[in-house]
Design a protein around this ligand. Structure first.
Ligand code: ADP
Ligand code: MG
Length: 256
């Protein structure tokens, strides 16, 4: 049993005649402290899996369990103390008329924290933004700074698990690496568990211990980082992804 288990998950959108089976019988198990990747082309069902975990997509079959306990619908407030999500587009996920201070205050107020002042200052420091950013609006921030605010918002409740949906896809390449390094450091410092979704195999192979390859809503295969480095994919779709990413992936050491 993992910390987060998904068993035969099915998510279907739309009414009869217009159905999209976005996720078809996907199973995965994420261990505490692990960084687990989900990779696949656009439309393969990656975001829907994360949304289903959070109770934001309709689950028509299968189960999601946290510490062995099936999640209830709707998710209880306690769930969001343990699992938080960071979305792809920090432009869309931050309210344009809310200051950083308000963005960070709201989850604390909802969950009844009394030490908001200390937590907000600490959260800004943790993501490499000082006090000077506290009363700014999103339009006064760069893309990377906005995503740092979104990460601070997700971490301010001290969750165990972060669900990261293409957290750097909307950012310039140079900023991508900075944000990925920040996430890596925060995970190590806090023993966080990550589920990281990306269409970019290079990002997932850099960040994750294990990864699931998705295509058309289905799991194609699960690989470890070592499998990836030794190019040990068994499925032709995965091998095609590997070939397309050649030059961006870490090489296997000569010894192995
Ligand atoms: P990915 O994140 O891998 O790009 P998604 O999970 O966003 O893929 O989408 C998987 C499929 O489900 C796509 O065909 C998409 O159009 C469809 N889909 C996603 N969300 C909805 C929705 N709210 N309503 C209808 N179809 C949806
Ligand atoms: Mg997506």
């Amino acid at each position: 049993m993992g910390l987060l288990d998904i068993e035969n998950l099915e998510v279907t959108f739309g009414a009869a005649g217009n159905r999209v089976r976005a996720v078809r019988g996907v199973s995965l198990s994420v261990t505490k402290g692990e960084s687990y990747g989900i990779v696949g082309e656009s439309g393969s069902g990656k975001s829907t899996i994360l949304r289903a975990i959070c109770g934001l997509a309709p689950i028509s079959g299968g189960q999601v369990r946290l510490d062995g306990t099936p999640l209830r619908h709707p998710r209880e407030p306690a769930f969001y103390r343990r699992i938080q999500m960071v979305f792809q587009d920090p432009y869309a996920s931050l309210h344009p008329r809310h200051t950083v201070d308000r963005v960070l205050s709201e989850p604390l107020a909802i969950h009844g924290f009394s030490d908001a002042e200390t937590r907000i200052e600490q959260a800004l420091k943790d993501v490499g933004l000082g006090h000077g950013f506290r009363f700014r609006y999103p339009h006064q921030l760069s893309g990377g700074q906005r995503q740092r605010v979104a990460i601070a918002r997700a971490l301010i409740l001290e969750p165990q698990v972060l669900l990261l949906d293409e957290p750097t896809s909307a950012l310039d390449a140079s900023i991508q690496a900075e944000v990925l390094n920040l996430l890596d450091r925060l995970r190590a410092e806090r023993g966080l568990t990550f589920v990281l979704v990306s269409h970019d195999l290079a990002v997932v192979s850099h960040m994750c211990d294990r990864l699931l390859v998705m295509q058309h809503g289905m799991a194609v295969e699960e690989l470890t980082r070592e499998n990836l480095q030794s190019r040990a994919a068994t499925q032709s779709y995965t091998r095609a992804l590997l070939t397309a990413s050649e030059g961006y992936l870490p090489q296997a050491s000569k010894a192995s």
